[in-house]
Design a protein around this ligand. Structure first.
Ligand code: T4K
Length: 376
């Protein structure tokens, strides 16, 4: 008989810096009397992140969603953009906010990312770009996606919200495609409370993006494009600078917890664990996701999700429902389940298990024991 946890175990918990570290930085901000609009903390964080992430240019934002909206604007995307239905709501919504039709393409059954072999069949004369997501921090097939994009003259914008610090062959994940978006939301491995960034190849694109995130204001006399307010303020930039000291420690704690999950769940019939990646990929271990195959596990994902609550464990069904099933998108022809057979299966199986550095190995072993006890 397994006892429930005596505290709520959530799918994740934000990393908190010490209050003293925050107070120290607040003193700097108070002394400078500068709160937002490209202040010193903002400028320093941009520089520090560029180095940390091994990327040539980076522009900070107040959240990842606004950043992605601006990325589409900066490349003047229009018409249709091919994306995945297996993602957070923000991904297709960003296209809608740009008056672009999301075209949903099926996903790969192992990585759960956009299936690069199916992209070509979704291209029409209206297609201007591909918007893949590195789901749960597992890199997409970046080479094949770029090859298709090049052949058809399409842009590639990555939703890299889950991929802070991920590298392929020592190369920052943000350097693939034309632009990548990172989210610095509180629930991410690295955060600025709310926040995000765009990573781009050229200084010219950065200049355009910096204008777009500040109302298009070039100087006191000239407003050169219809921009928006996407700026990150000084308080959150300062917290972001502190959090850079925490991110590698948090990554290593999560790496160990991933290993414990893998050890404990490896032999359980009916569970499919996180996809394996090539040796040249450095992961960030932000999420731990299992797929519950009802026929062999004997219980459905929804049963497991509900039963965990009796043990005070609050898992999440990331990402169910599929975006293609939202009321605002299900009328699209690409949303038909016949077009998305793999995504439809995966969305019924996935469950994100608790993953954050403050969990102990014993907590994870107990979560695994609870999960195994559900098998019938
Ligand atoms: N693209 C992708 C692929 C994304 O996953 C996201 C965001 C975006 C784009 C957009 O980026 P941003 O505009 O957000 O920068 C959460 C996050 O709010 C969202 O950022 C994230 N993806 C998504 C996957 O997860 P919810 O609605 O599940 O969050 P919530 O409030 O239910 O939090 C999850 C758990 O975390 C809670 O059960 C408890 C814990 N928690 C949460 C908060 C906010 C805490 O313990 N403390 C906290 O302060 O969306």
């Amino acid at each position: 008989m397994i006892e429930p946890f005596d505290k709520m175990i959530y799918v994740t918990r934000p990393v908190f810096p010490t209050i003293e570290e925050v107070t120290d930085k607040l003193r700097d901000i108070w002394a400078a009397k500068w709160l937002t609009n490209n202040g010193p903390q903002h400028m320093m964080l941009e520089r520090e992140l560029k180095t940390f992430l091994k990327v040539p240019h980076l522009s900070l934002f107040n959240n990842g969603t606004i950043a992605l909206i601006v990325a589409c604007q900066s490349l003047r995307l229009s018409g249709q953009v091919i994306t995945t239905p297996f993602t957070f709501a923000a991904t297709p919504h960003v296209l809608s906010w740009n008056n672009i039709e999301p075209i949903f393409c099926d996903v790969d059954k192992e990585t759960m990312n956009l299936d690069a072999d199916k992209i070509e069949s979704m291209i029409t004369p209206k297609t201007t770009a591909i918007l893949p997501v590195h789901v749960f921090g597992i890199p997409c097939d970046v080479d094949k996606i770029q090859e298709v994009a090049d052949r058809y003259g399409l842009r590639v914008v990555y939703d890299a919200a889950h991929t802070f610090g991920v590298e392929i062959d020592g190369r920052g994940i943000g350097t693939f495609g034309d632009i990548s978006m990172l989210s610095f939301h509180a629930t991410k491995l690295y955060h600025t409370v709310e926040g995000g960034a765009l990573v781009m190849k050229s200084e010219h694109t950065k200049q355009r993006i910096d204008l777009l995130k500040n109302f298009g204001i070039k100087n006191e006399e000239e407003v050169v494009m219809p921009g928006i307010n996407g700026k990150l303020d000084e308080v959150r930039a300062a917290i972001g600078r502190i959090m850079l000291n925490y991110v590698e420690g948090e990554r290593l704690k999560r790496k160990r917890l991933h290993e414990v999950y893998n050890e404990e769940l490896a032999e359980v019939e009916g569970l499919k664990l996180m996809p394996k990646v090539a040796d040249n990929v450095k992961l960030n271990y932000q999420y731990y996701v299992v797929r519950i195959e009802e026929e062999t596990f004997g219980r459905s994902r929804d049963y497991v999700y509900g039963a965990f609550k009796n043990f005070n464990v609050y898992t999440r069904k990331y990402f169910h429902p599929l975006c293609s099933d939202y009321t605002c998108y299900r009328h699209l022809s690409s949303s038909s389940p016949a077009n998305l057979p793999v995504a439809n299966v995966i969305a019924k199986q996935v469950l994100s298990l608790p993953m954050y550095g403050d969990l102990t190995e014993d907590d994870v072993r107990k979560i695994c024991a609870i999960l195994k006890s559900f098998r019938s």
